[in-house]
Structures are given as C-alpha cells and as structure tokens.
Design a binder for this molecule. Structure first.
Ligand code: HEC
Length: 400
C-alpha cells in the first residue's frame, strides 16, 4: 500500500490538518479530484470493493487524535483479534481511549488554530481554546455561537488542560461571535473581513451566501442574483451611503453585499483591538479613512440579519440564528470529516464533501444536540474511515 509513505509525511507535520498532509483515506470528499477517468459506475464498484483494515485506520487515527503513531501493543491488540468483529471492538475502544488523553486536547487545539487561521498570542488563542474545550468535553458545537459566559478560556499545551476565563472586551457575549481575538485578527474596512471569516469557517462557502433561483435585471451586464431586494442596501443614491454597493458597471456588488451589508454592522462595533465600543469602530476605504456609519451599509428601515427572512438585532440573536441553520451544522461535520480524511481546507481548496457522503453523520450530530466529541468518534469509526481500497488504481491507493 502506497499510503504508508503518506503517513510518514503526515507524522512529520505538527499541525494535524496542515496542508502538506497527503494522508487520504481515498473516500473523503469524493469530489472527483482523485477520481481519475472512472465513470460513476466504476467509482461505485471501487467503493463497494473497499475492505476493512482496522490497523491502517488506527495509524491514521492515532496521528490525528494523539499526534503520534500507535504503539506496537496497540497495533497488536487489533492485529491479533480473531475476526472483524473483534478487531472492530478493539479499534473502537482504542479510539475512545485516545480521545481521553491530554494529547487529544492538544490535537484539538492545533486543529482549531489551523481552522480559524489564528493563534500563538494569548488573545488569539482564546478562540481555538474555546472550540477545543467543546471538542474535548463533548459540548454542543452551537455553543460556538450562543455561549453566554466563560468564552475566553486558556489552554496549557504542556499539561493539556483548559482554564476558564471571561472575555474582557466588553459588549454582548455570544460564544465566538464576540471573541476579541477574532474581531482583532479579522479587523478591516467596514468589518467585512469578519463576516467573511464567520461565513467561510462556519458555513464552509464563500460569499455570495444567498443566491436567488430567479436573477433580476438591474441594468448591468449581468443580472443581480441576490435574494434581498436590490434597493435594500446602501449607495450614494439610496440612503446616502458613501460607497456604491448598487454599482453594476463592472461586477454586481449586491450579489455578495446584499447579505454582507445586512450582517456586518453587527461586527462593526469592535475596534482594531477587538474591544466593543458604543459606536461603529471600523474605517472605510474613503479618503482619510473615516469611520463607517450605519448608512454606509443599509438605507433607513432595513434591519441587520443573518439571512433574508432571519433578522438579528444583536450578536446573541445572530448566534441563535446561526445555531438553527442546518448549513452551519453540516459545515461542522464536513470540517471534521475532511480533517479525519486528510483533506485540505474545505473553502480554500474547494475540498467539498457531498451531502450524501456525510448525511448519516449530520443526522447523528443533529440528534445528539451537536455533541462534538461524539461527532469526532463517529467520524473516526465510520465505515468510510476504516475501509480501504486494495485494488491497484482504485481510490485511496494513492498516486502521489
Ligand atoms: C463575490 C462577492 C463580492 C462582490 C461581488 C463584491 N464584494 Fe466587496 N467584499 C466581499 C468580501 C467577502 C469582502 C471582505 C474581504 C476580506 O476582507 O477578506 C469584501 C470587502 C469589501 C470592502 C472592504 C474592503 C476594502 O477593500 O476596502 C469594500 C469597500 C467592498 N467590498 C466594496 C465592494 C464594491 C463597491 C463592490 C462592487 C464594485 C464589491 N465590493 C463587490 C465580497 C464581494
């Protein structure tokens, strides 16, 4: 099996989901990138020809969940089990045991640093620590958007322990939506970068976030594809905004900015240090970089919102809306799936996971109340994770 060399490379990689890690169970996204010239039928045949290999799965799981290869004793307890049922029992018990180790906490912390693309200062590490603690304690994924206290914990990599702490940046408290590190790290003109972070990290797609099935002609070269009324966002001729979000001369800004402009004012009260202020505290790209005003985003009468038809007057309301959005739950599963399968970032590298591939995981996740440790255990014990293709040229045998 050529996968061995991929595993050795993976072992050299400090961050579990780092992009140089080619360890790939072959199933993964099934997005077609490693599908060769196989037709759909051929692909299905190759999938059903996969064979259980708990020892191969253990090597990958140990690297991801503990940061180290399995010991000889751990390998042998599976290798010497008499049959598949025995191997399955031994494998699943070992996965559960791995997930109780302090090194699992560290792996989770590194995973979330990687996912959030931030860390290594005290403030920037609070968000990865928060998400890692949920993963380790089997908390609800949706606490990322709704938790009302203890939102800036610290993590000690030496001992693998978390310490509770409140965020001290003022303002409302809604999980990571109010995290000072995220607000500071993704500071920028009009706070759009912050919206982009929350969209890409927690919905797994880029803007535009909302696309209408019935595009409308707004006088540009291309039609407007947003779902909001075209006149629901600001421009110099619509509510006195100083930036022309209704411009249609080159691109249709409103395709993205209809959603962005309804969402982003919620994040605009944090300054460059991530401190919540009473007034909007992000600049515009205008001469002299004056601070943005609500009228730059929206004309009078418009409300802030997560999506069209889902208004959110403040960040806790936004958190409630995001926690209720099935796309957010699906993205959480897809990111864990891709990490287990050795894929690179789902948004940056378009490693999308077809809904059908993870439908069972999404259902279990939703039914469990979005329990994170249960999700991770479910992914690392899924059929797709413990089965491998043995036929030459089949998916998963690796061509690199
Ligand atoms: C494909 C989606 C999309 C389209 C179309 C789009 N934007 Fe944006 N815009 C974004 C995103 C996402 C960001 C945040 C980017 C970041 O900072 O990472 C952004 C950021 C901005 C910013 C703040 C950053 C800066 O450069 O100052 C301004 C101003 C802006 N857009 C104006 C416009 C205007 C005007 C148009 C039309 C001419 C437009 N955008 C078209 C998605 C879009």
């Amino acid at each position: 099996m050529k996968r061995i060399s991929a595993l050795l490379l993976a072992a050299a990689c400090a961050v579990p989901a780092c992009s140089s890690d080619p360890g790939d169970n072959g199933m993964g996204s099934g997005s077609g990138s490693n599908n060769g010239s196989g037709s759909g039928d051929e692909w299905d045949q190759q999938l059903s020809a996969r064979e259980l290999d708990y020892n191969a799965a253990l090597r990958i799981a140990a690297l991801r969940l503990t940061g180290a290869l399995p010991t000889m004793a751990e390998i042998n307890e599976i290798a010497t089990a008499p049959d598949d049922a025995g191997k399955k029992t031994a494998y699943e018990a070992r996965i559960a045991e791995y997930m109780g180790r302090p090194t699992f906490s560290t792996q989770m912390f590194l995973f979330w640093r990687d996912t959030f693309k931030m860390g290594e200062t005290a403030m920037l590490d609070t968000a990865p620590a928060f998400a890692a603690r949920l993963s380790v304690n089997n908390g609800s994924y949706m606490d990322m958007f709704t938790a009302g206290s203890d939102n800036c914990p610290t993590f000690d990599m030496g001992t693998g322990t978390f310490t509770s702490a409140e965020c001290t940046n003022g303002g409302p408290k809604a999980g990571l939506l109010t995290n000072p590190g995220i607000q500071a790290h993704y500071f920028g003109n009009l706070a759009f970068r912050r919206s982009r972070f929350y969209q890409e990290t927690f919905v797994c797609t880029k803007f535009p976030a909302e696309i209408s099935a019935t595009p409308t002609d707004v006088g540009g070269a291309a039609p407007y594809t947003g779902v909001w009324p075209f006149d629901s966002i600001a421009s110099p001729t619509n509510g006195g905004g100083r930036i022309n979000f209704q411009d249609t001369s080159a691109v249709i800004c409103a395709n993205c900015h209809s959603t962005l402009n309804h969402l982003t004012p919620l994040f605009a009260y944090y300054d460059d240090q991530g401190v919540y202020k009473q007034a909007i505290s992000v600049p515009t790209p205008l001469d002299g970089a004056p601070l943005a005003k609500m009228s730059d985003y929206l004309p009078d009468g418009q409300q802030t919102a997560w999506r069209q038809g889902v208004p959110a007057t403040d960040l806790p309301a936004l958190g409630t809306a995001m926690a209720a959005d099935p796309a957010v739950a699906e993205c959480g599963v897809a990111r864990m799936w891709n990490w287990a399968m050795g894929k690179t970032d789902i948004v940056d590298t378009l490693q999308e996971v077809p809904h059908e591939t993870i439908a069972a995981q999404i259902d279990a996740f939703t039914a469990s109340g979005y329990k994170m440790k249960d999700l991770i255990y479910g992914v690392f014990t899924a059929d797709d994770f413990v089965k491998f293709s043995k036929a030459p040229g089949a998916p998963g045998t690796g061509t690199n």
